[in-house]
Design a protein around this ligand. Sequence first.
Ligand SMILES: Nc1ncnc2c1ncn2[C@@H]1O[C@H](COP(=O)(O)OP(=O)(O)OP(=O)(O)O)[C@@H](O)[C@H]1O
Ligand SMILES: [Mg+2]
Length: 258
Amino acid sequence: MRVRVEGMSFSYDSYEVLNDVTLDIEPCKVTCVIGPNGAGKTTLLKVIASILKPTKGTVYLDFKDLRLYNPKEIARIIAYSEPNISKSIPVKVLDLIITARYPFQGNTQFFEDPNDLRIVDEVCRELNITYLLNKRLDQVSSGELQRVLIATALVKNPKVLLLDEPSAFLDIRYRFEVLRYVKEVTTKYGLTTVVALHDLQLASMFCDEIVLMDRGRIVKYGTVNEVLTSDVIKDVYGVDVEVITLSDNSLVIIPKPR
Ligand SMILES: Nc1ncnc2c1ncn2[C@@H]1O[C@H](COP(=O)(O)OP(=O)(O)OP(=O)(O)O)[C@@H](O)[C@H]1O
Ligand SMILES: [Mg+2]
């Protein structure tokens, strides 16, 4: 599904956070949104997810205005993983994950059908969280919770997958495994995937397109090799890095602290 953000602005009260953002996001690709703290990455994802209403501009899904979809349709199409869920919600991991299947159930259906359980089982095995299903949220670690939240988004089999800092709290193994799996399902099911990331090295390894934001605007949009240059990174983050291109065209990004 094609996502187009057109002339999008968003303000919290009078504080403008997104300023005239226009962006085309293609299916079957992982598009990564990077940028300094406060750049507007989370706000952009929440506007696309229809959680926040833009002050100006429009989001289109396959050329149709997002406002013309009803909430149940949006819940079936778009999955957004909220990075800051409270662990104190007294709910079991399995119950949280299964809730994400509700938009697919009929009005008279009160129990999960075998298809729901099959999808949950498959995703949980891929993210290695099956052993957590009977625990409560306050009984899992931060990295385990992160994988649970990503699973909650993936079990929807969404057409548009929005992940906000999915690598936060993950150890080196899961940082790679989770993004590898996200990339795999994106290609396999033709998802339109947008991931907000801080880790530029990870972004260079798993993303097809990079959107670089700063102060509510898009500074640069293009392939990994076009956006992740030492000049661009220095300009936006004010940090010196060395970007080495290997023979297979992959990048190694080495920070050079003063
Ligand atoms: N609920 C809110 N009320 C007022 N201002 C907010 C609110 N949420 C975010 N902001 C402000 O909007 C700006 C953009 O925030 P946003 O969360 O989109 O940034 P971000 O790029 O995701 O940052 P980070 O890398 O820290 O996650 C920030 O300056 C932030 O202070
Ligand atoms: Mg954010």
